[in-house]
Design a protein around this ligand. Structure first.
Ligand code: SF4
Length: 361
């Protein structure tokens, strides 16, 4: 006989691993929520987010999930979009039905005592049911080498690390410590280095945010460093979350953002030499020379809008981003900061104006 006094209540509380949140774009793509994208494009990247009653124990100043941001965790937005809650098994069943359309799966951890255990459990379910490559956007305070190895042994394809603030100074400024004291710059780099060792070249990515107080030089130096270490940088534009500590901070100007997108692409694809960029006293781009290898090809890419497309983990065997995170860096009502599809002719006209390349070349 079931003792109702002690019957499990975890499912009723709708927390992970039985429940997860998924991005609104994923919910629309899987027909779990009605809605449309503002333009038609194929979307097969499914982003899962762990869900707990007490949420994420980190308290980053720019993040919608921050511990001290007002509101219940379940109602908080993350990268400014809603994340509906779904039953994990139902979600996996739905993904199986739509598997031919899926390009990349990702579990976003949060800083929580159960996050590693629950992520591993969800990982096992996903990798035993679906062929789509799986990334984990990890929470370094919850991990160590053995746990990363467990992810690898259970079929995880790539590791993402949300470093976000790319200098030690901005990291300390924006990423307040969690109660157990492990949200530290050196701990993040330890997890990045161990992930790189365990998962191999181009299987680790770092989320980098433009607009947290870093200079252009800081960003460009970081892109060069990561390329040397065969780690991928993915670019995000800081986007103020209402009620967060940075709710009233300005995002990077569109011109700065476009130039950073362009230089990052040139470094990544064309051995663009870092000394081709010179900086003003504030460390912001003053001039750049387009030189180095394959200039003609780089200009072709620019004309096609490739540098302005969303960076994300690739689809299986593909070069193209399998995770294109629509609205990760801007509101649905705003123009695209990064494009989850190839920009069209009208988009390119606007991008060229925003870039104002003639001012720096
Ligand atoms: S790019 Fe997408 S799939 Fe890759 S780690 Fe980031 S959120 Fe996950």
């Amino acid at each position: 006989m079931i003792n109702t006094q002690t019957a499990p209540v975890k499912t009723e509380r709708k927390i992970s691993p039985e429940f997860v949140r998924i991005s609104a774009a994923s919910a629309i793509a899987l027909r779990l929520q009605s809605g449309r994208f503002s333009r038609d494009f194929d979307f097969g990247g499914i982003n899962l987010l762990l869900n707990y009653e007490n949420g994420c124990l980190s308290d980053c100043s720019y993040c919608g999930l921050a511990r001290t941001r007002p509101g219940a965790y379940e109602e908080k937005s993350f990268i400014r979009v809603e994340w509906p809650l779904v039953e994990t098994d139902r979600l996996i069943g739905r993904m199986k039905t739509h598997e031919d359309k899926l390009t990349r799966l990702c579990i976003s951890m949060v800083t929580h005592g159960s996050a590693y255990r629950d992520t591993l459990e969800i990982t096992k379910k996903l990798t035993s049911t679906l062929r789509t490559p799986l990334s984990i956007l990890v929470a370094p305070p919850t991990l160590n080498t053995e746990k990363l190895q467990q992810f690898k042994d259970n079929g995880v394809d790539m590791i993402g690390v949300g470093l976000d603030a790319i200098t030690e100074e901005t990291f300390r400024q924006h990423r307040t410590n969690v109660p157990n004291g492990s949200l530290r710059w050196d701990n993040y780099w330890n997890i990045i280095n161990e992930s790189r060792r365990i998962f191999g070249p181009w299987k680790v990515n770092i989320h980098t945010v433009v607009g947290l107080g870093e200079t252009d030089k800081d960003l460009i130096d970081m892109f060069v460093y990561l390329k040397e270490h065969q780690i991928l940088p993915y670019l995000f534009s800081f986007n103020p979350e209402p009620d967060s500590r940075m709710a009233f901070s300005e995002k990077a100007s569109i011109t700065r953002w476009r130039r950073i997108q362009l230089v990052k692409h040139l470094i990544e694809k064309y051995e663009f030499p870092a000394d081709a960029v010179s900086y003003d006293d504030q460390g912001m781009i003053r001039k750049m020379e387009i030189r180095g290898q394959s200039i003609a090809k780089a200009i072709e890419d620019l004309d096609a809008g490739i540098p302005f497309m969303t960076n994300g983990c690739p689809s299986e065997g593909g070069e193209e981003a399998g995770c294109s995170r629509p609205y990760g860096s801007y509101r649905p009502s705003e123009s695209f900061r990064d494009f989850p599809f190839q920009p069209e002719m009208d988009d390119m006209q606007l991008i060229r104006t925003e870039l104002a390349l003639q001012e720096i070349i």
